[in-house]
Write a protein that binds this ligand. Sequence first.
Ligand code: NAD
Ligand code: UDX
Length: 481
Amino acid sequence: PSRVRTICCIGAGYVGGPTCSVIALKCPHIKVIIVDVNPLRIDAWNSEKLPVFEPGLDDVVRRCRGRNLFFSTDIDAGIREADLIFVSVNTPTKTSGVGKGFAADLHYVEACTRRIASVATSSKIIVEKSTVPCRTAASMRTILESNTSETEDGKQITFQILSNPEFLAEGTAIRDLYNPDRVLIGSLDTREGKMAAHALREVYENWVDGSKIYETGLWSSELSKLAANALLAQRISSINSLSAICEATGADVSEVAHACGLDARIGPKFLKASIGFGGSCFQKDILNLVYLSESLGLTEVAAYWHQVILMNEYQKSRFARKVVQTLFNTITMKKVAVLGFAFKKDTGDTREAPAITLCKSFRQEKAFISIYDPKVPREQILLDLTEPGVVDDFEAVRAQVTIAPSPEEACRDAEAVVICTEWDEFAQKAEDEWRGIYATMKKPAFVFDGRGVVDAQTLRKIGFRVHTVGKGPQIIDPIWA
Ligand code: NAD
Ligand code: UDX
């Protein structure tokens, strides 16, 4: 049996909630308490409508909640009861002060660390689950060691710190947690550090094959998380840069991606051209890596990774410009239908969604925007499109943007359809359904497929004018005609 009997997870967000729910399911002998400062989030976790939409998550929570899985706002009680504590709070990009726009804001992590030091009455293993800059564990350790007290029976309390970054992707979180490519555990190279790593390993070994659990030093583990996200995002920026060449030449980016991916050294995954990557992690973590490199005086390294983000910004603005140019250089007062608002399919999350950038640029062009997304709540979309601090923008957004209950309603009387998320329901729409949409639209009717999900040939047969990211117009050249 595992030495860990009670786990507390601080932070009931997209990571803490699903991760520790799966631990509860796979380790019925461990009590798991997930705590958060936000009472609304905790209420939602305790209700029938969970605060996070993830395929399969409802079922996991239903099976364990009240058995060995608990959601609570009593953070201190959770800390006291646990042998092992996951710190899974948000680490957003700083919006002011030193490192503004690049560095990770670590004040939530520090607040948790201080809380643990002040309320713990026994020794604990503390696990960094949040994504943090390299060497954050050292700061946590200093804070803990400067603030430790004694147990009730006079023994010194000790804390072991581990790094255990999370690699799940939203939309496939439960599948990723059940069957991870690897579990990474970083620890200090001391006897106590190794023992702590072993205790965490035992938790995972309840369902993950031991060969997939990789133990490293603390700093390698912290850096590997930033590195993995940077490498993944770099592939997307690389294929997106090539999509621009494809559009200008008549090459087809899906053929280029397939051809390159057949090389076993390159591999086929994460080479799908798009309107740019979104999500809460890629941009934030690369900015974090850029800041880390700058801080270390590694200017060229910083510039190298920063380019991945600049290319992503370019892809989003290039696509927005394409829409305006194609619609005869003006979309003022025109209705534009936006299908999909989440940053990818199978999630209701809109953090850094490329649809936000696109819709904001359509707003600046004074278009009317009608948005349909199967999972993102109406209020979230309106909030995302409101410029903070701009007087009356709340009303302006509501006058300019409508949220439609179906793709059909979104597209009625529109001049163009812009696909921003690769939801299956868009990809699987039947020819007849597109025909129905075409009939209700202004002519010429345009489709801008930012995800390469619809069959352009079928749509063209209906009468649509279709632009797909990474697919150029066939160049009309007499030699090849
Ligand atoms: P989130 O914003 O959804 O959740 C964080 C939660 O922590 C919030 O509910 C917040 O109220 C709570 N919190 C903040 N400070 C607290 C405190 N002092 N005490 C108690 N609760 C507190 O964030 P998330 O998406 O779950 O991300 C968490 C971390 O995991 C981040 O560092 C992120 O980079 C990393 N990560 C995220 C993903 C992802 O797909 N979202 C994947 C891998 C890693
Ligand atoms: C990412 C990492 O994949 C995950 O390992 C890490 O733990 C958190 O960050 P996530 O952001 O949830 O996960 O989703 P992901 O599937 O990586 O997609 C991120 C963005 O890239 C989405 O906007 C997606 O549409 C886009 N993308 C992905 C592409 O544009 N092309 C691709 O080929 C793959």
